[in-house]
Design a protein around this ligand. Structure first.
Ligand code: ZN
Ligand code: ZN
Length: 115
């Protein structure tokens, strides 16, 4: 299944209107609701403390069962399904046979904060 290429200009628009995706947890250090951040190249997503940027892993079951993101397929506009593609969390559309990494979404619409 090929990854859908996201146009550069769309990424720029996403950066102008950043939306944070909640990590469904409180950070251990500051007890603040965590946000999802792309931490490394290659599509790895962690949930970070919004105060200090400390990172924690995003459990598979949290992504699949708790993260509440309605992602429309760029082709058919239908709701995409959450799934693990390779080792990455992704959204897939079986009708159009394509996927988008969760990391693409978080990089594009969430500020990249490094600790
Ligand atoms: Zn913290
Ligand atoms: Zn589709």
């Amino acid at each position: 299944m090929p990854q859908y290429p996201i146009d550069k200009s769309i990424r720029e628009i996403w950066k102008l209107y950043p939306v944070r995706i909640g990590g469904k947890s409180l950070s251990e250090c500051h007890s603040k609701p965590t946000i999802l951040v792309q931490s490394m190249e290659g599509g790895f997503v962690t949930r970070n403390c919004p105060e200090c940027g400390s990172q924690a892993t995003l459990p598979r079951c949290t992504f699949l069962n708790e993260i509440d993101l309605w992602v429309a397929c760029p082709k058919c506009k239908g709701q995409m399904e959450k799934r693990i593609v390779g080792t990455n969390y992704a959204f897939t559309c079986d009708r159009c046979i394509l996927y988008i990494d969760l990391a693409v979404k978080t990089t594009a619409i969430v500020d990249r904060r490094q600790p």
